[in-house]
Design a protein around this ligand. Sequence first.
Ligand SMILES: N[C@@H](CCC(=O)N[C@@H](CS)C(=O)NCC(=O)O)C(=O)O
Length: 205
Amino acid sequence: MSRIKIYGSAISGNCLKVKWTADLLGIAYDWIETDILKGETRTDEFLALSPAGQIPIVVLEDGRVLEQSCAIMLYLAEQVGSDLISSDPFEKAKMIGWLFWEQNFHESSIAVRRFRKRFAGLSDGDIDPTLLTRGNASLQLMEAHLEKHSFFGGDQLGLPDIALVAYTRMAGEGGYILDDYPNVGRWISRVENALGIPPYGEENV
Ligand SMILES: N[C@@H](CCC(=O)N[C@@H](CS)C(=O)NCC(=O)O)C(=O)O
């Protein structure tokens, strides 16, 4: 696969998902650090690339642009024929189901609450209380899944694990108490080991 550009931010779980996938697959890329807090996704130059004004995006060598973290992960994994994606249609659909769930339920609560607390500086009383309820429901569902399974992508690390670990390991910053979810805690360590990344807070991305 020829060299790609990844526009992303080291503080964004959505962007780190793409980075980790590329690193794991040995895909060469240039990382273009893009500061959302300074509005760098809202410049004319960025909007010309991606009118949605969000990161991550990937620019392929021929100039085509791909948006949405999970779609980018799928593309990268399929380009190099990795076993991060099952060849069995049912297992593949299950895996894509987890990616949808991550975006629809998990990220939309845990990542959003983390952003509001850590970066927007809002106090708990000013944050929609359903974000805490939905985030904890996400963690509870993961805890129950991990009672019987080691990963979300099947018997080994898969794309859902990479997608889900991104904001799960940051959940403490959103006011979620990870110690209440011991299976999740052990799974985070397994995924970090498989990705070769240090525990959250100890890395220098
Ligand atoms: N569903 C998108 C979400 C992308 C997203 O929310 N990106 C954030 C950073 S994590 C962003 O660019 N925010 C800046 C903005 O919306 O202005 C994905 O998974 O890629």
